[in-house]
Design a protein around this ligand. Structure first.
Ligand SMILES: Nc1ncnc2c1ncn2[C@@H]1O[C@H](COP(=O)(O)OP(=O)(O)O)[C@@H](O)[C@H]1O
Ligand SMILES: [Mg+2]
Length: 212
């Protein structure tokens, strides 16, 4: 059974002339890392927004872990989709510490459980000890890892990353690509990484899906 299924997705932005997404389908196996590759403006971020539940008025069908989150009769709200999203600009809350950023999305846990999960994910991204810092006190690469830790903390069934390498130095990219892949694989999370860069796609994914 496929872990994630997108069937014939169609979507048009308000006031747009034509469909930004016009019949997009994709199947992903459990634990697989997909790179969604395509030129700027082809609709990659839109696909991630649709999967996250940030756009309604989408037609087609989406299944995650055997459950329909979008169909003719179903629309599951973002917070109930079990999807983790890392935005292109990381989207960390600037007025919150690293700890507050990561714990924010952990629902239905005791204080002690939250603390334990915080420590686990910080260890995973090799950033133990920064929990009291604010995002602006971290480098770009560190901010990215905190954004990843925040997305992974609630144990999502699907992890989405939008252009995770676009704000990083070229010299660091090879190492960061490998680290990112190792982290995702060690957690076994089914993932989609969006990029316009073939090397980033090849360096992180199990399979490349071209959107052009
Ligand atoms: N909020 C919006 N309203 C109208 N059009 C949008 C909006 N966001 C994106 N678009 C358009 O949709 C297309 C796809 O955008 P996007 O998914 O961001 O592409 P990509 O991430 O591949 O660069 C582009 O033509 C873009 O201008
Ligand atoms: Mg984009």
């Amino acid at each position: 059974m496929m872990h994630v299924k997108l069937e014939d997705l169609k979507f048009k932005y308000d006031g747009a002339q034509s469909y930004t997404i016009d019949g997009f389908s994709l199947e992903i196996e459990e634990g697989e890392i997909i790179a969604l590759l395509g030129d700027s403006g082809c609709g990659k971020s839109t696909i991630l927004r649709i999967l996250s539940g940030l756009e309604d008025r989408v037609s087609g069908r989406i299944e995650i872990g055997g459950r329909a989150v979008l169909s003719e009769s179903v629309f599951v709200e973002p917070e109930h989709r079990n999807v983790g999203l890392v935005f292109q600009d990381y989207g960390l809350f600037p007025h919150m510490t690293v700890e507050q950023n990561i714990v924010y999305g952990l629902k239905g846990m005791s204080k002690a459980e939250k603390k334990e999960r915080l420590c686990e994910v910080l260890k995973l991204v090799k950033l133990e000890g920064v929990e009291k810092r604010y995002p602006h006190e971290l480098s770009g690469g560190q901010q990215q890892r905190i954004a990843l830790a925040r997305a992974i903390a609630p144990k999502p069934k699907l992890l989405l990353m939008d252009e995770p390498f676009s704000n990083l130095d070229a010299g660091l990219k090879k190492k960061i690509r490998e680290e990112l892949r190792d982290i995702i694989k060690s957690e076994g999370i089914t993932s989609i990484i969006v990029t316009h860069d073939l090397e980033d796609a090849e360096g992180t994914s199990d399979r490349i899906v071209s959107m052009n």
